[in-house]
Design a protein around this ligand. Sequence first.
Ligand code: KIV
Ligand code: ZN
Length: 506
Amino acid sequence: MSDRVYFFDTTLRDGEQSPGCTMNLREKVRLARQLDTLGVDIIEAGFPAASEGDFESVRAIADAVERAQVAGLARALPQDIDRAFDAVRGARNPRIHTFIATSPLHMKHKLGKAPDQVLAMAERAVRHAASLTPNVEFSAEDASRSERPFLAEICQLAIECGARVINIPDTVGYAQPGEFAELIAFLMETVPNASQAVFSVHCHNDLGLAVANTLAAVRAGARQVEVTLSGIGERAGNAALEEVVMNMRTRPAYYPVSHGIITEQLFPANRMLSRIIGRPIPATKAVVGDNAFAHESGIHQDGVLKHRETYEIMTPESVGRSGTDMVMGKHSGRHAVKSKVEAMGFRLSDAEVDVVAGAVKRLADIKKKIYDEDVEAIVLEEVFRIPDKYRLKHLHIQSGTISVPPTAAVIMEVDGQERKLATFGVGPVDAVFNTIAEIIGKRPTLEQYLVNAITDGTDAQGEVTVKIEHGGQRAVGRGTDADIIVASAKALLNALNRLEKKREDK
Ligand code: KIV
Ligand code: ZN
């Protein structure tokens, strides 16, 4: 058996399906490129038959990704498979990933099909997919609750029909590590043609065991792991890529396997995801959280100073947290900005580089040191954003310890038309939100408001994330600025624009 474990990233499919994690096309392409830089072997770009928008995103990712394989998900239906192949065919190495449920529960209640009918559908689907590309993956949905003999039978059939990857999902996060490892070992021993396929696992985290189950399966012989950045995904999410790979890297004797992940890209990739979906990485998140390498207690600090390994099993550098390099200043020209953003993995047009260079210059007027994080925030803010119905032009705030109530004067564009108004609020943020609500004629509920400093220092840019609800729909918005009130206004408008986009897409 080969010792190479293939990383199949499904952040853009299973991850994107989870509430509050929707991304627009440009954001998906940007993240796909970062996943390529991170070294994942396969990028599952989406579910092309789900909607026109999904199809277009998968196609754009297939065109943009330079190295990794690009997979499109399809139900075991010929029309889904055709659609998936149309979307990924432009990739250097396209994959069709087709699936059907195999547990008695799913077959009866979800599909309303007898086991024989499911076998027939799987056979037809895999044969059809294999007629389009040799790179076919078959998934037995809810495998961990399926009957073993039936599961073995369908795996054998899928391999006979041309599947080269057999994925065993723990769809509802029900399995326990020991029994899941046994299931993989059982299939690899029992399925007569098992050696013609790579066995893969796809674990959900409902009981908090997704990473443990994935790693147990690797020890049992699975050689593809389906994972997502920060473990985002349906319900409680999927196995977190960074946790799976850092277990392998930190415990090589326990996991005698190789992989292609460049672990130094883990933090940049997770940070990019967090910025895109507007959800901060929790401080205690394993591997990439802010506290993962912070030593607070005196005993621990003393230990680390004397010998790092006393309390550090991996280094911050190994996951890409080597501190922040100062990158740009007031005098950095367009060329410096261009080469910086390229080194960070962004591919921008000349016009976009001009926009970023202008924003870097404006920031350099008010902030002494500009870090990678600042430049990244500018690119995501200025370039990777959805078309704006609402756009902020000017904002003036009056607040403080005076007796006049906090006031916000806002000039903004609504569909290209300039509107202006000034109103009051309990505090400056409230005043801004009230004024914007008056201007646009709708008042969304603010469900979440978070402020974060992007780098250290009082001159750091503030990053504001808001979650709003209006008419039963929710959207997350993000805004960055050296002034957190301006960042708050930008975040609200970003969320409102996303809400509009959702309505249009519907
Ligand atoms: O969880 C699951 O079973 C899936 C399949 C489509 C692989 O996401
Ligand atoms: Zn899943």
